[in-house]
Structure formats: structure tokens, C-alpha cells
Design a protein around this ligand. Structure first.
Ligand code: GUN
Ligand code: ZN
Length: 429
């Protein structure tokens, strides 16, 4: 076997979906290893057996650190990097006061390039190896992001945000240019290297029916692209949508009637859903994206993880940078735990880690490539030090099993917990 590197330590393994089958569907194997060859996982198993199979290969020994799949952040806005943690507004005011003025700066390709590189370096330092990002309405902002990701060999999903009303003039495209610019970006980037294109209408208040229809047609022409948007985040947003689309049965119907509901659809937030919406989401196979730090930070509400995942709706996990208050998927898992508690569904550490890796990968239809350490998967790996601060170390020392140790890092950890991050088989952090 021609391999490049062997990582040994404690290895996180998914045997099934812990959200459905329970924590027994996950294992932490001590004294195991991950053998990397040509950017992919060649084998996993007991370290001794891997050493024997590939005796010449250099080994990095991580001891009691947890070797996990790199985190997959299923909903971010990279252009909001510099306005993260902006005080005191709820969704619509937050967009108008902080977000739109910042997004206007991305008309300058040099600025877009600078923030895209800075953002990707920041998230990699937090163990995140894949994101699904909104860009701004400027096609150059998507170019800049895909170029920055290609330079770092990161698997990313992204799209030019489309909006043609209820936003500043400088940020508005129109139905035709949204279709044409998105189509050109699909031709240039979808399937190029590790990039995937995501058709991206921001949300129905900032798109005309004509624009949603054009993007529905574009998706029908490119059914292997993902489509991402926002759904039912705040109650006054929902009232606004009802006023703008009086003929629609509900918020989801503003997408459904224009061909924007489907299996490769990703709907961020999805907090205040009606029964018909839940039924249609379950029937369509679409995915929801839980953005817990954003939902508390902007004051949106408490996502029903228990109820929605019990309906068989796939759920991914996301920071929603910069509506979310952290770049860290550890912090995001902690917030998901806290929201679960408030809704009577405490999530086990295995469920939280699954959401941040394989769960998000499945939502992005990238399972088998990312989210799981298994032969053939891309070697995107986050190595977690489970005693990264004095506070965590003293708690971990009391742990009776590995999950209890991992839970302390989920609840209290940050970028200091990343011992190493491997991207496409290369050590990046
Ligand atoms: N809804 C429409 N646009 C946005 C955005 O940028 N962030 C969040 N959190 N919600 C949105
Ligand atoms: Zn968002």
C-alpha cells in the first residue's frame, strides 16, 4: 500500500446515525489510527495493524487526543465575518443596520479576496474543513471565495446571493442577471476541484416572484446543485412574507410554488414551522440547518431538533456566521445542547458531534466524501485535545468514559482544543 501518513490516537467512528439509533451508533476507539494516502483515507483500524500494513509510513502520534472528521458548517455568510457580534438588533434591523452595509463592500474584488482568505483561515483554525457559504450579490464575491478555497484545497459549497428587492439598490440584481450570473458561476465552479455550487436566493422577502421562478428554472436545469435559503427564522419576518406573497399557503410555499423545494434544498433556521410545512419538508427529502448561536443571538427562537429529526427530516448544524456569535463548531454544538435542554431533548455528545460532521455532510449530499473517517473519504480531519485548558482538564480528569470527556470539550472548548487540522491529507493547523 502506498500511503503518505499514519495518524494514531483515539478515533471517532460512526456505525449509524446516533440521532435516530442512539449513542450506541458511535464509537471512540483507543489506540487506533487513520492511514492517509493521496489526500484520502486509505484505512482505519487498530494502530498496530496499520503500522504493519504500511511500515515505512511516517506516523504522528496523538495519544489520547480525539481524531475526528473535520467539522462541516452547513450555513454561513463569509461576507459577515467582520460584523460578527454586532449588538442589539433583531433580524430585519440587523440586516439593514449591519449586514447590508458590510455586504456592499464586496463589490470590490480585492476586499472580497481579503475577507475570503481570512475567513477560511479562521474556520480552519477552529477545526472546520467544509462550509456552505452565502456570498454577496456580487458574482466577484463568489469568485473570490471559490479561489480562496481552491488555494487551500478545501471542500466548499457556495453561491452568489440573489436579491432584487427590499435591499439597498447597490446590492440588488434582477431576475435575469441573477439567473445569468449564477449559471456562469455554475459553469466555472460546480465540480471544479473540491467546489460545489449552491443556487442561493437569500430569502423570499428580498426576491421578487420572477426571481424565485428564474432560480427555480435554473435549479431544474442543474439538479445536482444544492439550493440554499432561509425559512421561518423570526415571527415578524413570517408576517412580512405573508404580506408579500398573499397567495402562498405559508412561508415554505413561497419557495415550493417556484420550484425551490427539493431534496437538495437547504433551509436555514426553520424555527416557526406550520404543520403543512413540516409535512412537505418531510415528503420532499429537503434538509434543515440548525443555527443555534444565531437563533439565540438574534433572538429568533428554539429549533425543534427532537420533533423534526423524528419526522425523518435531515438536519445539519451551522454557525450562521455572522448572525451566529462564533466561528467555532464546538461552541455551536454547546448551543445546540442548551437549546435541546430548553426543548426537553438533551443531545448526547455523540449526537452533537454527528450533527457537526456526518449530519451536516448528509445535509449537503456530500456523505462518503466528508463527515466520516472511512476508507475512500477525503482526509479532512480535526484532532481534538480533550484537556485544552485548565478548566476543561480538571473536568475531563473526573470523566468515567470517553464521551464524558468529549462532552466537557464540546461545552467549554474553543480553537485551543484543536491539536491539529488536516485538509485533503495535508496538515494545515
Ligand atoms: N435572513 C436573510 N438573510 C439573512 C442573513 O444574512 N442572516 C440571517 N441570520 N438570516 C437571514
Ligand atoms: Zn443565514
Amino acid at each position: 500500500m502506498s500511503a503518505d501518513h499514519l495518524l494514531t490516537g483515539r478515533v471517532l467512528i460512526w456505525d449509524g446515525n446516533p440521532l435516530i439509533e442512539g449513542p450506541e451508533a458511535a464509537r471512540i476507539e483507543e489506540g487506533w489510527g487513520v492511514l492517509i494516502a493521496e489526500g484520502t483515507v486509505a484505512a482505519i483500524g487498530p494502530a498496530a495493524a496499520l503500522r504493519e500494513a504500511a511500515p515505512e509510513v511516517p506516523e504522528t502520534t496523538y495519544g489520547r487526543d480525539l481524531i475526528a472528521p473535520g467539522f462541516v458548517d452547513a450555513h454561513v455568510h463569509y461576507p459577515q465575518t467582520r460584523i460578527i457580534a454586532s449588538w442589539g438588533k433583531r433580524l430585519i434591523d440587523w440586516l439593514n443596520s449591519y449586514t447590508f452595509p458590510e455586504e456592499m463592500r464586496f463589490g470590490d474584488p480585492a476586499y472580497a479576496r481579503e475577507v475570503a482568505g481570512e475567513y477560511l483561515d479562521l474556520v480552519a483554525a477552529h477545526g472546520t474543513t467544509t462550509v456552505a457559504s452565502y456570498c454577496t450579490s456580487h458574482p466577484e464575491s463568489a469568485e473570490a471565495f471559490f479561489e480562496a478555497a481552491a488555494a487551500r484545497n478545501m471542500r466548499v459549497f457556495a453561491g452568489k446571493t440573489c436579491m432584487d428587492r427590499n435591499a439597498p439598490e447597490e446590492l440588488c440584481d434582477d431576475a435575469v442577471s441573477a439567473y445569468d450570473d449564477s449559471a456562469a458561476l455554475i459553469a466555472r465552479w460546480h465540480g471544479t476541484g473540491r467546489a460545489g455550487y449552491v443556487i442561493t436566493p437569500r430569502f423570499s422577502p428580498t426576491s421578487s416572484p420572477e426571481q424565485l421562478e428564474a432560480l427555480g428554472a435554473l435549479w431544474a436545469e442543474h439538479p445536482d446543485c444544492l439550493m440554499q435559503t432561509h425559512l421561518s427564522e423570526q415571527t415578524d419576518e413570517i408576517d412580512w412574507v405573508k404580506g408579500l406573497y398573499p397567495e402562498a399557503r405559508d412561508y415554505l410555499d413561497t419557495y415550493e410554488r417556484y420550484g425551490l423545494l427539493g431534496e437538495r434544498g437547504l433551509y436555514g433556521h426553520a424555527i416557526h414551522l406550520e404543520e403543512r410545512e413540516i409535512d412537505r419538508l418531510a415528503e420532499s427529502g429537503a434538509s434543515l440547518v440548525h443555527c443555534p448561536t444565531s437563533n439565540t443571538f438574534i433572538g429568533s427562537g428554539l429549533f425543534d431538533m427532537g420533533g423534526l429529526s423524528a419526522r425523518g427530516i435531515p438536519v445539519g448544524l451551522a454557525t450562521d456566521t455572522g448572525g451566529g456569535s462564533s466561528f467555532s463548531m464546538l461552541r455551536t454544538m454547546a448551543a445546540a445542547y442548551e437549546i435541546g435542554q430548553l426543548r426537553g431533548r438533551p443531545l448526547h455528545a455523540a449526537e452533537l458531534l454527528w450533527l457537526a460532521t456526518e449530519g451536516s455532510a448528509r445535509a449537503l449530499h456530500a456523505e462518503g466524501l466528508i463527515g466520516r473517517l472511512t476508507p475512500g473519504a477525503e482526509a479532512d480531519i480535526a484532532v481534538l485535545d480533550l484537556a485544552s485548558t485548565a478548566a476543561i482538564a480538571q473536568r475531563a480528569a473526573q470523566a468515567e468514559d470517553a464521551w464524558e470527556e468529549v462532552f466537557a470539550t464540546i461545552m467549554m472548548g474553543d480553537d485551543r482544543a484543536l491539536r491539529a487540522v488536516w485538509v485533503g491529507g495535508e496538515k494545515r493547523v
